[in-house]
Design a protein around this ligand. Structure first.
Ligand code: DGJ
Length: 732
């Protein structure tokens, strides 16, 4: 890995064994984008850029060089108003009413390591040698605006991270109307755009569509990254599939409003830009103040989507997730939500925990309803005091009893919310996001606390801290169940109201930083009505997320497959729930439900006390089996074999880093009469190893499994599944 600078041509070359990324300073002033893709040698790289010779309607900002027009020049951080009419990466309003700025190169720094982003989640390095960073300093001298473009290339990952820092060194106020994290120009637009979109209980469906002249956008203005669109897009060459073709991934390490655009210009070039959504964003930068954008993580793969995903998986698992649990296997849990909803008492909870213990469960999680007077979702958020009507001996006593059974104890919170019917709201009616004199729109009968305020963050942190100190709690489910409306803060002046949504995220990140640092032994799992905030920002603080409120095994095939495009298995909560399923009313076998949930952080979310002896035996075996393969599942490399978005079957496999172990999971939705003979060609194995397949006689050469395949047979009926475990035969 290295970053080189060649002064005569003004060329920066960021490279590692997976890729090259090249920037050229045009006229020693304008950072142009030259190349991103497979590794290339340095040399006459500047000649790669093709210019459109001057033609009508393209203004020429550089008088002495008529071939330059920003409208056709591939750029690193394009502006609006000085001849580029495509999507700008930033826009600044001045006190004179103008939005014209011009950033030119001032100097640069190249250094080992990767800087920390102030107040924001980001990927990191543990040793400086793991990455190298280029910082380009640009300046608009007229107004004293300095902008630092930061690029980090990792040694071992096909990934570059980008972020931007704005500093007002002038004498007048500036207003940032847009401050994207990245913008990349591609020399042609012959790509498809992949996005992960959907809705509540239908998150992260794969949507692939061709680029065309004009713009495609994927964005959220909900105050959360959202169920509807994940902060991720990728450009795929037309021939790209799971295992071949060029793929360029863009993932934003942010949990709030975001936007990603892919624009094809008049000469067939494409521009991808991404950052905080500029819609309803307006950030006042007074003299001396600075603004830091979130980080965009850009991954290149010349071997299709599967390889792109594995790059994100390894990077996010090892250099985004943090804390004790990053490298620790996660406990098998039982959660009482779908078993009891709000109707439970201490005896019921203890009976579920005790049934779980008998079956091999390691952690009991008490979900919503344990605090205030919360017998439904219409009250008590913000009153984080145990409900003595349900738990008369308090939380400490319940935790002690559950611990006494040999189980760890976890607890649900929804810290960012307040119910209008709560003591907290009655005491502090101005502590929620709101706009004076306007209706406060409720969602699930709750309002959102104004986490842009330091006093609100401190009070909530204190309440949670008190609970966490009151008993040996080792897991937190951090929920968030509505999107923002009437976004405004009583603590901000009028000219800063449109900063509220981003300030909220900074406040939330601050609270999470404090609590996760104070309670490092607690495993935090984020949740937002399931996967409404399944994003890299949350994973920085909480290494796993409840993937979806939809726990139906068949729906989960698409949800988990779509999620795996960016996020590793170790980040996905996956539970077996009751049938008929509560979200889609479907009946599936316990085996099918278990097999799907085993490709995740495994658990149960149903009333274990009502199981028959036969069901208990199945569950006991599932848990024992999962414990055997847990390190493989949670920390192995994932290879997708068959897509639920393309047919009736789904298959994926997880292979250990040394390729001595693998789990293959196959799922078939509907039975097909007199179906074709099936063979599953595996991936990721070592062709030179021999493997034993549990349950099958003999040895299977790796190359046979890869190129011939594993026969799939003996499945009858709808909703069928099969898991094979492979182990390298001991070498002679
Ligand atoms: C939404 C979550 O996704 C569910 O799992 C559950 O925790 C409920 N909230 C509780 O209100």
């Amino acid at each position: 890995m290295s970053i080189s600078f060649e002064a005569t041509q003004g060329l920066f070359h960021l490279q590692n064994k997976h890729m090259s990324y090249v920037i050229q300073l045009i006229h020693n002033a304008y950072p142009a984008h030259v190349y991103w893709g497979r590794p290339i040698r340095s040399g006459q790289l500047g000649s790669i850029i093709q210019y459109r010779e001057r033609c009508s309607f393209h203004p020429n900002p550089v008088v002495e060089d008529r071939k330059i027009t920003f409208d056709t020049m591939p750029q690193e951080y394009p502006a609006y108003g000085t001849s580029d009419y495509r999507e700008p990466a930033y826009q600044v309003a001045l006190t004179n009413g103008s939005t014209i700025t011009e950033l030119v190169y001032e100097n640069h720094r190249i250094y080992q390591g990767k800087p920390v982003l102030e107040g924001l989640p980001a990927t990191y390095v543990e040793q400086e040698e793991e990455a190298e960073t280029l910082e380009l300093a640009l300046i608009d001298k007229l107004i004293g605006l300095r902008v630092f473009l930061s690029y980090t290339i990792f040694k071992d990952h096909a990934a570059i991270t980008r972020s931007v820092r704005f500093v007002n060194e002038g004498n007048a106020d500036l207003k940032l109307l847009r401050a994207y994290s990245t913008s990349v120009d591609f020399s042609h637009g012959d790509y498809d755009l992949l996005q992960l979109s959907g809705a509540w209980v239908r998150e992260r469906e794969m949507v692939r569509r061709p680029l065309a002249p004009g713009k495609l956008s994927v964005e959220s203005s909900r105050g959360a990254s959202s169920h509807q669109h994940n902060p991720f897009v990728a450009l795929l060459s037309k021939d790209a599939g799971e295992d071949h073709g060029d793929v360029y991934g863009f993932s934003l390490v942010y949990s709030g409003n975001f936007a990603a655009h892919a624009e094809v210009g008049p000469y067939g070039t494409a521009r991808v830009s991404m950052g905080i959504n500029s819609f309803d964003f307006n950030w006042l930068l007074e003299p001396g103040q600075h603004f830091q954008t979130p980080e965009a993580v850009m991954v290149y793969s010349s071997e299709g989507l599967g390889n792109m995903s594995r790059t994100y998986h390894r990077l996010y698992r090892t250099r985004l997730c943090r804390g004790e649990f990053r490298d620790r296997t996660r406990p098998v849990l039982v959660n009482n939500w779908e078993a009891t909803y709000f109707q439970f008492n201490a005896e019921k909870i203890e009976s579920i925990a005790s049934a779980g213990k008998e079956l091999g469960i390691e952690l009991f999680v008490l979900d919503d309803g344990w605090f205030g007077k919360r017998d439904s979702d219409n009250s008590s958020l913000g009153d984080w005091v145990v409900d003595k009507a349900k738990l008369p001996n308090g939380l400490e006593d319940l935790v002690a009893r559950v611990n006494g059974m040999g189980l760890e104890f976890g607890l649900w919170f929804e810290p960012e919310m307040v119910s209008p019917n709560s003591d907290l709201y009655r005491k502090h009616p101005d502590w929620c996001l709101h706009v004076p004199d306007r209706r406060r729109t409720e969602g699930r009968q709750q309002l959102i606390l104004d986490f842009s305020r330091a006093d609100v963050c401190e009070e909530i942190t204190m309440m949670i801290r008190n609970i966490l100190k009151s008993a040996p709690i080792t897991y937190i489910k951090w929920d968030m169940n509505r999107n923002m409306t009437e976004i405004g803060s009583a603590a901000l002046p009028p000219e800063r109201q449109r900063e509220t949504a981003h300030r909220y995220m900074l406040g939330l990140y601050g609270v999470l930083e404090t609590l996760t640092a104070e309670f490092p032994h607690i495993l935090f799992e984020s949740c937002s009505g399931g996967g409404g905030r399944f994003d890299p920002g949350m994973l920085y603080y909480m290494p796993q997320t409840w993937t979806s409120d939809n726990s139906d095994a068949i729906s989960r095939l698409k949800i988990q497959y779509g999620t795996s495009i960016v996020y590793p298995i170790s980040t996905m909560g996956a539970h077996v729930s009751a049938v008929p399923n509560h979200q889609v009313h479907r009946d599936t076998s316990l085996e099918m439900r278990g097999n799907v949930a085993m490709s995740g952080n495994f658990g149960y979310e149903l009333d274990l006390t009502v199981f028959s002896d036969e069901e208990k035996e199945i569950v006991k075996k599932q848990i024992a089996d999962y414990k055997q393969i847990r390190p493989l599942v949670q920390f192995g490399d994932m290879y997708r074999l068959l897509s639920p978005f393309e047919g009736n079957e789904t298959a994926w496999m997880i292979v250990s880093e040394d390729k001595t172990q693998a789990m293959v999971a196959y799922f078939r939705v509907l039975a097909i009469p007199n179906d074709a003979i099936k063979t599953l060609r595996l991936k990721g194995l070592n062709p030179d190893f021999d493997y034993q397949v549990a349950g099958l006689q003999g040895e299977f050469p790796g190359d046979h499994l890869l190129y011939v395949g594993l026969p799939v047979a003996g499945l009858h009926g709808d909703f069928q599944s099969k898991i094979w475990l492979l182990e390298r035969s001991s070498a002679e």
